[in-house]
Design a protein around this ligand. Structure first.
Ligand SMILES: Cc1cc2nc3c(=O)[nH]c(=O)nc-3n(C[C@H](O)[C@H](O)[C@H](O)COP(=O)(O)OP(=O)(O)OC[C@H]3O[C@@H](n4cnc5c(N)ncnc54)[C@H](O)[C@@H]3O)c2cc1C
Length: 494
């Protein structure tokens, strides 16, 4: 008889586990609380535009490519998705009207740096990346591409070559300080500091090891699947169909029933009990442990930031938007203090705008543009209900900020804005505190504290997704889905 696996949640992590196990002959059912798959990767139609209302940039595309190939269909990612490289990867703007385009080809990037900050900055940039490349090479197999055993990793023979390289990692140095030690131009320091937000962390708290993030973007580029990021979820759904995976929608798992250190069944919102040999939770680990397993003493993790999103359809306008734009605030340190220390939405905020219709005209009708606007906010924001008035009030502040960079931009808004607040993220996906990426990397111990892909007490319960190893963001979540599935494949008679 086939082993029965229940996967809680049809996010990218959960579907990755499900696909890998189904391809090896396991009998898989996914239970999803919402009426669509993809989780935080979702598509919203609004005012004649199509919006990717979650992730807007794909990095490390080889992880997705390798995964599709590993399913053994003889199919490639390119059989399903046309991945387009984004050039420049991002357009950075400051309030004094200066701007810099970030490229992933050396020639264009050197030219842009030369014009922006002089030839010294080219050398600084190259030295920075050379250091980051060494750190990436030294750490990737320990912290990223394999399941993780915490501090035990340092005692494994295969990881001994890492030991002499530890000083290079600058574990004990802050990310901002590391960036400031390489770049003399304050704006370039700010630009590199921003990479801490790729996993919802603060550059003023996270360790220097995060230097691997800009290296990864530089080395592997930034990508967009034609038809929208959601095409990835659609491809996954097509594969689920082909592999006979059943997905039960609009059904929330309310409890995992355990006996003698084994998970036996899940109880759903419709009161049904479903038995399984193995359970994988793609739901947030803290949510799973507190709400589904009833472990009330579970410690809340140090959460990544949340975000406030505005979806705007824009008429033809004079702003010559690029696919990705960042409008930097004047006081980055203050902004992160507000997010992570005061736990209030930043008052003078950095604004990220993604306009996929610049690359892909199918995402907006006629000459419209689909502006996806994201501002980092705290998870668990104190004193905020994110009710209609509060959302509207905060959106007005963001509009004032954007106006400094694109004067009179509000004249081009076509139809009502749509807001997505931290409260929505929390309620829609059971994301603890509305966090976008799970736990943050705000301490040198974050990687060690992040939950592993297997529960410590229930031997046939596994975790995948942004809140478990190796962390948040699409490529990492795909890895975590594979780790959970492989842990099941390697376990015997649980
Ligand atoms: C606004 C935003 C911007 C982002 N930008 C980027 C980006 O540019 N690039 C990038 O790589 N990443 C980005 N991310 C992060 C990325 O989207 C996530 O890391 C990733 O999608 C998480 O996938 P997951 O499988 O871990 O979880 P989720 O997507 O949260 O999926 C979990 C699923 O489980 C379901 N679920 C939860 N609890 C239950 C339950 N009890 N019963 C049944 N179902 C349940 C949820 O409904 C959900 O569908 C962004 C995220 C957001 C929100």
């Amino acid at each position: 008889m086939k082993n029965k696996v229940i996967v809680i949640g049809a996010g990218i992590g959960g579907m990755t586990s499900a696909l890998l196990l189904a391809s090896k002959g396991y009998d898989i059912t996914i239970i999803e609380k919402n009426n669509a798959a993809g989780g935080r990767m979702r598509r919203i139609y609004h005012n004649e535009c199509v919006f990717d209302a979650g992730p807007s940039l794909i990095t490390m595309p080889f992880i997705l490519q390798d995964f599709i190939q590993s399913l053994g269909f003889g199919k490639q990612l390119s059989d399903y998705i046309d991945l387009l490289p984004i050039h420049p990867i991002c357009h950075y703007k400051w309030s004094d009207s200066s701007s810099l385009d970030f490229y992933t080809d050396k020639k264009s990037m050197h030219k842009a740096l030369q014009e922006f900050s002089g030839s010294n900055s080219i050398q600084e940039f190259e030295f920075y990346l050379a250091h980051a490349q060494k750190v990436y090479s030294a750490t990737k197999d320990v912290f990223l591409f394999n399941p993780f055993d915490g501090f035990l990793e340092f005692f494994k023979t295969k990881n001994l070559p890492l030991l002499p390289q530890l000083p290079l990692l600058r574990f004990t140095k802050g990310f901002h300080d590391h960036n400031a030690s390489y770049f003399s131009d304050k704006k370039l320091i700010q630009l590199f500091d921003r990479f801490a937000t790729y996993n919802g962390s603060s550059p003023y708290k996270a360790p220097a090891t995060l230097m691997v993030i800009p290296y990864i973007e530089w080395n592997y580029g930034g990508w967009y699947p034609k038809g929208g990021i959601y095409s990835i979820a659609e491809t996954y759904l097509q594969l689920c169909n082909e592999l006979g995976i059943s997905i039960i929608y609009d059904t929330e798992v309310k409890k995992i029933h355990c006996n003698n250190g084994r998970a036996e069944s899940v109880e759903t919102s419709s009161g049904t009990l479903l038995k399984a040999d193995y359970i994988i939770s793609n739901s947030d680990v803290y949510h799973t442990r507190t709400k589904l397993l009833g472990r009330n003493s579970e410690k809340m993790p140090d959460l990544s930031s949340s975000g406030f999103v505005i979806l705007l359809a824009m008429k033809k306008n004079p702003f010559s938007m690029k696919h990705h734009t960042v409008l930097f605030s004047d006081d980055y340190q203050r902004e992160f203090h507000e997010i992570f220390m005061e736990e209030i939405p930043p008052q003078n905020m950095t604004v990220y705008i993604s306009v996929s219709s610049i690359t892909d005209a199918s995402q907006a009708q006629g000459e419209k543009e689909n502006w996806f606007i994201l501002v980092n906010t705290p998870s668990n924001s104190l004193n905020m209900q994110w009710n209609n008035d509060e959302q509207h009030f905060y959106a007005e502040k963001i509009f004032k900020q954007i106006d400094k960079y694109y004067p009179e931009f509000e004249a081009y808004i076509d139809g009502e804005p749509r807001y997505i607040s931290p409260k929505h993220f929390s309620e829609d996906f059971n994301a603890t505190g509305g966090s976008l990426y799970g736990s943050s990397s705000n301490s040198m111990f974050s990687a060690f504290l992040r939950p592993k892909n297997r529960d410590t007490k229930i031997k046939n319960l596994f975790y995948c997704g942004g809140s478990s190893h190796p962390g948040g963001g699409i490529p990492l979540v795909i890895l975590s889905g594979q780790f959970a599935a492989k842990a099941i494949m390697e376990s015997k008679n649980l």
